[in-house]
Design a protein around this ligand. Structure first.
Ligand code: NDP
Length: 399
């Protein structure tokens, strides 16, 4: 059906590429392009021989001209951005210049400030509309599936949704004292930032990890979870009717938090460059270099993830609660695609989002968050491609 250019060859990209190859009628041809071409070649070698035709390329995604040249030579129908959030705008610029659809899994973040906001990408709306191309923002799990779950709840279960709690539980154990499950730099920037949630249309800010709750997760059990700022809060508060409050919680074990605190206390999580032996280095980037590569966690990680949304609202004048979630097993993911569940739960929805655009099931020129589209074909695809969802009409609530 079409051609996809996949930018990035890390943990998430690897899963997405495996999944594109499992869906060859839609992904007839893919090009894997990243900064380090050897990683692209290694993926091609692993997956070559199936129906999907694979090529590779080297690209610096910070450079718009290089991206344009690559797009002009490969001529994709969609670009799937699985590099880092810093590259979102350059890749969107290249898509605009070449009139190609765009998909990503994380919103733009400037390198020098850890601040996740959609304003930079939403500023492209009119230009994408005029070019007749679609940018699908946030097609991972959270953001991503959490937005699809919200759209599905709104469409099928509620007249209005007043409260959403997004709960992200990773009960996986990789056996290291400290490691992050996806890009360490992005992960640590996210969890060391102030927390926030939206109440009555306004952001309420908290200190990092200030709000803690304990939740009994289906198929996992009780875990400590902490309120974090998360990017989908901003778009869901606008796109889901009737929202009074929306929060995001993520589970962390005590060992992770103790290590993080210690690293913070000694300045290792700072993104402000320092001079070291005559060279400027960013402490957090140095820390990334000494931590385990998230892609190497696959074989060692055991346990499950449970990510989902609890909705509280009204249907036919009556109060209603509804919980939609997915449980994913780290070892099952590893057996299937050679990656742990965090990369898996992000890479599968990235493939599905791109498939929605390639098949024309989703086609809305402009720049859109995922909950703005019809959730039904995406929900079907989740069941088909390894992330089946479950529902509960009587969940435990978070106070
Ligand atoms: P990795 O660090 O494993 O992979 C990033 C890839 O991007 C690497 O291959 C890297 O190349 C490449 N890259 C980085 N900079 C450039 C550049 N300038 N030009 C070309 N390629 C570049 O990250 P993950 O796979 O863990 O994460 C990928 C994305 O997914 C991130 O944006 C992350 O925020 C997002 N994510 C989203 C989630 C969600 O649920 N929505 C959850 C988890 C992650 P090299 O190999 O040379 O370093």
């Amino acid at each position: 059906m079409g051609k996809a250019l996949i930018i990035g060859a890390g943990g998430v990209a690897s899963v997405c590429i495996h999944k594109c190859c499992q869906n060859p009628d839609v992904f007839e041809e893919i090009c894997i392009a990243s900064r380090t071409k050897s990683k692209c070649d290694a993926l091609k070698e692993k997956l070559d021989g199936g129906k999907t035709k694979i090529s590779t390329a080297q690209v610096n995604a910070d450079n718009v001209d290089e991206l344009i040249a690559l797009i002009n030579s490969f001529k994709p129908d969609v670009v799937i951005n699985l590099a880092l959030p810093y590259q979102d705008l350059t890749i969107m610029d290249a898509c605009l210049a070449t009139k190609v659809n765009y998909v990503d899994t994380a919103n733009y973040e400037p390198l020098d400030t850890a601040k996740f906001e959609y304003k930079w990408q939403w500023a492209y709306r009119e230009r994408f509309e005029q070019a007749g191309i679609t940018a699908l923002l946030g097609s991972g799990f959270d953001p991503g599936v959490t937005g699809v779950f919200s759209a599905y709840a709104m469409k099928h279960q509620f007249d209005e949704i007043n409260y959403i709690d997004i709960l992200d539980c990773n009960a996986g154990d990789h056996g290291y004292p400290f490691a992050t499950n996806f890009n360490p730099e992005i992960n640590i920037r996210e969890v060391s930032a102030k927390g926030s949630y939206i109440e009555d249309g306004k952001w309420v800010e908290t200190e990092p990890m200030e709000i803690k709750r304990v939740y009994n997760f289906p198929e996992i059990g009780e875990k400590d979870m902490y309120l974090l700022h998360h990017e989908e809060l901003e778009s869901l508060a606008l796109n889901i009717k009737g929202i009074k409050r929306i929060r995001f919680f993520m589970t962390f074990g005590q060992s992770y938090l103790t290590h993080l605190k210690c690293l913070e206390n000694v300045g290792m999580t700072s993104i402000v460059p320092i001079e070291f032996e005559g060279k400027q280095i960013v402490p957090l980037q140095f820390l990334k270099a000494v931590l385990p590569d998230p892609a190497s966690l696959g074989p060692r990680t055991v346990g499950k993830t449970n990510i989902g949304c609890i909705f509280i609202g009204k249907k036919d004048g009556k109060d209603k609660t509804y919980y939609l979630y997915n449980v994913c097993d780290h070892q099952e993911c590893y057996k299937e695609v050679g990656s742990q569940a965090i990369s898996y739960t992000t890479g599968v929805p990235a493939m599905i989002g791109a498939a929605m655009l390639l098949t024309g099931k989703w086609n809305k020129p402009g720049v859109h968050n995922i909950e703005e589209f019809d959730p039904d074909p995406f929900m079907d695809a989740l069941n088909k491609f390894g992330l089946p969802w479950k529902e509960s009409f009587n969940p435990d609530l978070v106070d």
